[in-house]
Design a protein around this ligand. Structure first.
Ligand SMILES: [Zn+2]
Length: 346
């Protein structure tokens, strides 16, 4: 229903050239008193049903997002990509990826970020560019690292510990990591690192390509930093997948978790992906800037080898001489983006 209401309003708004999410929200609340509640997307449905439910949830998420509701009118042309997504009913990896990206983006809290309107416009304008039709062979080295990481007892233990800290008593069997898929995608988003879906983690190729093209650093310096960035993203995005599996809802994210009849939340955290990263790396590391800062290659190379052989101690950020992202710069969003001077490029 929410999708139909959106489509109708989109058509009606063609003449004026502007779309109002406030009007959309009013129309939804007339039709359903529950429109002020977030719509769940069940983890256990078929993919076809998940795609349909996700789209309705996105429309509602937009109406619950204060950064969007505080913007009076959007130029209608920026919504063309979203309309195409709503009309696409194919059960494809690309449709699934774009739907999950927007599911998370539509509820992201940009309140602590300047130019939140620009970010939203950028998300909507460049959504179509997310394309999973990537030669995965090119990333075969990362795929083999992925196969190692999903079997790492220590990484799984750390993610499980975060889940146990967040949820009261988990009544489900351990997440089956062999269900997890790694999907690289191309896009025009240069500061989007990745996001997660149902049993899938999505990694953007663009930041990887950019870093590997840096001219003034040795290929080893770039390779080790990129591999550790991949490990960081793996831990971050996988923990979102696992949390949503335990809670049975794909439209959930920290820090907005609340108790439901089937589970109890123990503590609220800003971001469950970041909690999981910190279990291993202590802090959130900016690997791009760490390259500029000439991180300690010997230490980091050894740590990467230790991780891949599943024998590692906690990462020592001082010895590693890496650049950290301060907590106040960490956005409350459920996908990984780097926020710095390149923000407008996102
Ligand atoms: Zn996250």
């Amino acid at each position: 229903m929410a999708v139909e209401v959106f489509k109708n309003l989109f058509k009606q708004s063609q003449e004026s050239g502007y779309f109002s999410f406030k009007k959309l929200s009013q129309e939804l609340s007339i039709l359903s008193p529950k429109s002020r509640e977030k719509q769940g997307v069940s983890y256990n449905d078929t993919e076809q049903k998940i795609i349909a439910e996700t789209k309705a949830a996105i429309v509602k998420n937009f109406c619950l997002n204060s950064a969007i509701m505080n913007t009076d009118k959007f130029n209608i042309s920026i919504l063309n990509g979203f309309m195409e997504l709503l009309d696409d009913e194919t059960n494809s990896e690309k449709n699934l990826a774009q739907s999950f990206f927007l599911l998370h983006a539509s509820k992201s809290d940009f309140s602590n970020i300047k130019c939140s309107k620009d970010i939203i416009i950028n998300i909507l304008k460049n959504l179509w560019s997310i394309d999973t039709n990537v030669d995965q062979e090119e990333y075969s080295e990362y795929h083999s690292m992925f196969q190692t990481l999903i079997k790492s007892k220590n990484i799984i233990k750390n993610i499980t510990n975060v889940m146990n800290e967040l949820i009261e008593e988990i009544n489900k069997p351990l997440y089956n990591y062999s269900n997890l898929k790694l999907i690289f995608f191309n896009s025009d988003f240069d500061t989007l690192c990745g996001f997660s879906g149902k049993d899938r983690i999505y990694i953007n190729t663009l930041p990887f390509t950019k870093i590997s093209q840096y001219r003034c650093f040795s290929s080893e310096v770039k390779e080790i930093a990129l591999k550790l960035e991949f490990v960081r993203l793996f831990i971050h995005e996988t923990s979102h997948v696992v949390l949503r599996y335990y809670l049975g809802n794909l439209n959930l994210s920290s820090p907005y978790l609340k108790n439901e009849s089937n589970y109890k939340i123990k503590k609220s955290v800003i971001e469950c992906g970041i909690e999981s990263e910190k279990k291993i790396f202590q802090e959130v590391i900016d690997w791009d800037r760490s390259i500029d800062n000439r991180y300690n290659l010997t230490y980091c190379k050894k740590f990467l080898n230790d991780i891949l052989s599943d024998k590692f101690e906690i990462f020592d950020t001082e010895k590693a001489e890496v650049v950290l992202i301060p907590p106040e710069d960490i956005p409350k969003v459920t996908f990984s983006i780097r926020f710095h001077e390149k923000l407008r490029g996102f």
